[in-house]
Design a protein around this ligand. Structure first.
Ligand SMILES: Nc1ncnc2c1ncn2[C@@H]1O[C@H](COP(=O)(O)OP(=O)(O)O)[C@@H](O)[C@H]1O
Ligand SMILES: [Mg+2]
Length: 273
């Protein structure tokens, strides 16, 4: 495949006669978020526009303070836009009441944090089920789904462990499984590998690769080029504005995966863990 073809087939918005246009996981238009403080107003987002088709894998990058977490929090319905439009599927987030936002958050959003944010008193399966509590009773079907997700992220043998009995990488796997339990529009992850060593980071990135291949839409914030290189697309923010929006060619993504796998193999051979 030539680089041009590679680029074209990776282009998320590309349309050809043989494929119907993809549905959008989210559509962001002229999005603004201002934080009003006593002495000043901070314009964290100053009019950001882009679409994320279902099945995309987007890395959001940018200097500290550029608005990455603000954008992720808006996508996660943790906060409301000041101005502009934010569509999640067919839901118009900007015009919703706080109660409606809370419903969307519990029903259709999956969030993965740098610090895992698990509940220490709950087991692996119970932590994965947490988003379902907000939707009412949990029966055998929900428990089976949570167990399947625990198995999906490689924790089938640790269903009854508490977070304190797990490594950082295992805790982050629980968080990923939890993020999937309500069949979200997309998985949102804010620096998901920020606390993890290289070997564990590779394990987590491999899970994201696999989930995306299964059709999950992933939007993650990262500081690391080697994490962003694995995504299909890199959106860069600067001063609350969209600075760049680049596609990673499939061949380049594959090369990044191979390089990181080899580096991890070397580390493991050295017993450097
Ligand atoms: N809750 C808040 N109240 C006031 N200002 C905030 C709040 N959250 C973020 N900001 C400000 O908004 C800007 C963007 O912050 P943030 O979205 O956290 O950036 P990033 O994640 O890229 O580092 C910064 O100037 C930050 O200080
Ligand atoms: Mg941040």
């Amino acid at each position: 495949m030539s680089m041009t073809d590679a680029y074209r087939s990776a282009e998320p918005n590309s349309d050809s006669s043989s494929t119907t246009p993809k549905r959008l996981a989210t559509s962001i238009r002229k999005l603004q978020k201002h934080y009003v403080l006593k002495s000043e107003t901070v314009k964290a987002l100053r009019g950001v526009s882009f679409d994320v088709p279902e099945g995309d894998y987007v890395a959001i990058m940018g200097p500290s303070g550029s608005g990455k977490s603000t954008l992720l929090n808006l996508l996660g319905c943790l906060d409301k836009p000041t101005k502009g439009s934010l569509m999640l599927g067919d839901d118009d987030i900007a015009s919703m009441t706080d109660d409606q936002l809370a419903d969307i958050r519990s029903q259709r959003i999956g969030f993965v944090f740098q610090s895992y944010n698990l509940i220490q008193q709950l087991s692996v399966v119970e932590n994965i089920q947490v988003p379902l509590y907000y939707q009412g009773n949990i029966g055998p079907k929900e428990r089976a789904r949570s167990i399947a997700l625990a198995e999906r992220v490689g924790l089938g043998e640790r269903l009854d462990h508490r977070p304190s009995q797990l490594s950082g990488g295992q805790q982050q796997r629980v968080a990923i499984a939890r993020s999937l339990v309500n069949d979200p529009y997309f998985v949102l992850a804010d620096e998901p590998t920020g606390n993890l060593d290289s070997v564990t980071t590779e394990e987590i990135l491999t899970i994201f690769d696999e989930l995306n291949q299964e059709g999950r839409t992933i939007i993650l914030v990262t500081h690391e080029d080697f994490v962003a290189d694995r995504a299909k697309r890199v959106v860069r923010l600067k001063d609350g504005k969209l600075h760049r929006d680049d596609v990673n060619a499939p061949a380049d993504r594959e090369r990044a995966r191979e390089m990181q796998r080899k580096a991890v193999e070397e580390l493991l051979k050295e017993g450097d863990r």
